[in-house]
Unconditional design. Structure first.
Lengths: 328, 319
């Protein structure tokens, strides 16, 4: 019986030795925490950016943790060993890679993208001077310009609701910025948080019951994945939903001034190519937010119609709009 | 070096989970108590340890504090169940729910001027000679052998825990707890205070789980409110895999099996990923793994029967 047990374990013990076959290709590791439209677009942009940056003979090792934090760390540890450069998409993934590198005593270049607050997350010391082997691009939204859309839509708007998931650090940062922007625009804000996907609808309904004129939804992963709940809550209530980015508009939400995650990934990919070719170091880059001029105005005609809203002509003609529901 | 690194990676992920598995094992198997507190105490252990270390507390003190917060969680669940007579599953869920808010508060310690925080980043403040050190980094040579040191520290802690648990459950009181789990009415008739015994066992169990969280956070170097999701499943799978493959002939054997189960679990996952398993299929792999582990006793029995039949046939021929 003992022998049988040992035999079952043998392949497991031997298999790590079979994986060591190395090739001369440069391996670029990508870690993504969860399947998500915006994060996926950033990844495709990154891969495109590597090619456009002139990097040849490279292999991409892409890992997705499927929303499981326990896996995120295991995947990160394995990625940093096999890759020449790693990319963390989103705050959680970037921090997992960083933690793994510190513990392993490595200083391989680590790039991040789609991180809203890299300084707060401890990824870089300051945005202007990243220092060390970590750098990347941030997806900080043009929150102020997004809040301005509310006044354009309804000049008499006085109260704006903000909703986000209390466990998402990125959302809290945006919520604070939105609060400041709302105050600066002469309106009052009403912040409500939800704790998971099941109380999103109740949170949105509570905001509607508080008679808000608009609701601001930041790039909150939890709410973004469950926008239908928000859509149901505002139906026929004359409440405009302003989203943090365009992918949120697919399921619910009405207007946004959105950054382009593909573009964000593309910029990061080009940075990676320069680093891997030895032209630049991670310390040569700054962490810069996307300029508002690179953002595009997006609305969802279908969601507006479903909610019983129409966009004023003046607002329609003021910007070049992209219809999120038309692309579907 | 590559192979060594892979082995180190597996062990640094798996060893904290050995403690988690043993913790879950104490309630799930010894006490027959399906304790949902696990993920709550894991998170609180991780959060408190990280918060203390971030504020410059000695890492060993921080780890012990992290463990104690788990003990408190366990006592709470025990009291809810035994004193307030709330069903087992529900009392665990109550503590688990409460822990989400408590974790936000604990992490808030690191953010002056803010009551709550949703994350603690340790990685950036940890370096050679800095004031902030984890229990592993205190011994680091700060080169590629860091991970070996980490593994050694973890193995030492896990070994101490296993030996401690083994001796404790061999004492008279430990036996009383095991008796309570096997047959509560019988235990009570023997003069055992089953209420205290139950609460003690849940407290020890959650203390170990929180210790696992404390070891985990010093390896991951960051903690957020979602850090603990999925760990109860890992603990339960480790128990099932360990029992099925390494057996449960005696208490000592059982305890070691459970710990090895966690190592085996992470080995299988890492090897599968290294061999090119699409990460999207990971959840499916987990399901298959647990099913196979649960079927192993059946397969073993089948083998035994096969051999026995042969023996009988052989002896028949001889006579």
């Amino acid at each position: 019986m003992k022998k049988i047990k040992l035999l079952t374990l043998l392949p497991l013990l031997v298999s790590p030795f079979m994986m060591t076959g190395c090739s001369s290709q440069t391996v670029v590791g990508i870690l993504q925490p969860v399947e998500h439209n915006a994060l996926g677009a950033a990844r495709q942009g990154f891969e495109q950016g590597l090619k456009e940056g002139g990097l040849t003979n490279f292999k991409i090792d892409y890992r997705n943790a499927g929303g499981n934090d326990a896996d995120l760390n295991t995947l990160a540890k394995n990625l940093i060993d096999s890759s020449a450069l790693t990319l963390g998409i989103g705050t959680g993934a970037a921090k997992a890679l960083q933690g793994a590198e510190v513990n392993a005593g490595l200083t391989k270049p680590l790039l991040f993208t789609a991180v809203t607050d890299p300084v707060g997350a401890g990824l870089v010391k300051s945005a202007d001077n990243p220092s060390g082997y970590v750098c990347g691009t941030t997806d900080a939204n043009p929150v102020e310009a997004q809040i301005a859309l509310i006044k354009e839509f309804n000049a008499s708007a006085a109260k704006v609701g903000i909703m986000y998931t209390q466990t998402e650090e990125n959302s809290k940062v945006q919520s604070d910025q939105a609060e400041a922007a709302i105050k600066a625009a002469g309106m009052t804000s009403d912040v409500k948080t939800c704790s998971n996907s099941s109380d999103i609808k109740a949170t949105a309904e509570a905001l509607v019951a508080d008679k808000v004129d608009a609701i601001y939804v930041p790039t909150d992963n939890n709410i973004a994945a469950n926008m239908n709940a928000v859509k149901e809550a505002v139906k026929g209530k004359n409440v405009l939903v302003v989203a943090g980015e365009e992918n949120i508009l697919a399921e619910g939400g009405h207007v946004t001034l959105s950054i382009d995650y593909f573009q964000l990934g593309l910029t990061t990919g080009k940075m990676a190519a320069q680093i891997l070719k030895g032209e630049k170091k991670t310390t040569d880059f700054k962490v810069e937010p996307v300029p508002a001029s690179d953002c595009s105005y997006v609305f969802s005609s279908k969601n507006l119609e479903d909610a019983g809203l129409t966009m004023p002509e003046a607002m329609k003609s003021a910007h070049t709009w992209k219809d999120a529901s038309a692309s579907k | 070096m590559d192979v060594l690194n892979i082995i180190f990676n597996i062990l640094t992920s798996a060893l904290p989970c050995c403690l988690l598995a043993i913790g879950v094992f104490l309630t799930f198997r010894l006490l027959n108590f399906a304790d949902m507190t696990a993920e709550g105490s894991f998170l609180l252990g991780a959060a408190l340890t990280a918060a203390c270390i971030y504020n410059g507390v000695n890492a060993f003190v921080a780890t012990i504090l992290g463990m104690l917060v788990g003990v408190l969680c366990g006592i709470l669940t025990g009291v809810l169940n035994r004193v307030l007579k709330i069903p087992k599953l529900l009392s665990g869920i109550i503590t688990l729910t409460a822990s989400a808010s408590i974790a936000l508060l604990i992490m808030g310690i690191t953010k002056p001027g803010d009551l709550f925080a949703t994350q603690i980043p340790l990685a950036s403040s940890l370096s050679q000679g800095s004031k902030i050190q984890t229990i592993y980094s205190t011994f680091y040579p700060w080169n590629e052998w860091n991970r070996l040191v980490e593994v050694i520290v973890m193995v030492a802690i896990v070994a101490i825990v296993i030996i401690g648990i083994y001796y404790f459950f061999g004492t008279e009181y430990g036996m009383a707890i095991r008796a309570t789990g096997m047959n509560e009415k019988m235990a009570r008739s023997q003069g055992i205070n089953t209420t205290v015994a139950t609460i003690t066992c849940i407290a020890i169990s959650n203390g170990l789980i929180a210790l696992a969280g404390a070891l985990y956070v010093q390896d991951a170097l960051s903690v957020s409110t979602v850090s603990a999701t999925g760990y109860l499943v890992i603990g339960l799978s480790s128990i099932l895999i360990g029992e099925a493959i390494f057996g449960k002939r005696s208490f000592k054997n059982w305890l070691i099996s459970v710990a090895l189960g966690a190592v085996l679990y992470f080995t299988i996952i890492t090897v599968a990923i290294k061999l090119g398993l699409k990460t999207e299929f990971k959840s499916l792999l987990y399901a298959v793994l647990i099913t196979v582990a649960l079927c192993i006793p059946l397969i073993k029995q089948g083998f035994k029967n096969l051999f026995k039949k042969k023996e009988r046939e052989d002896s028949h021929v001889r006579t």
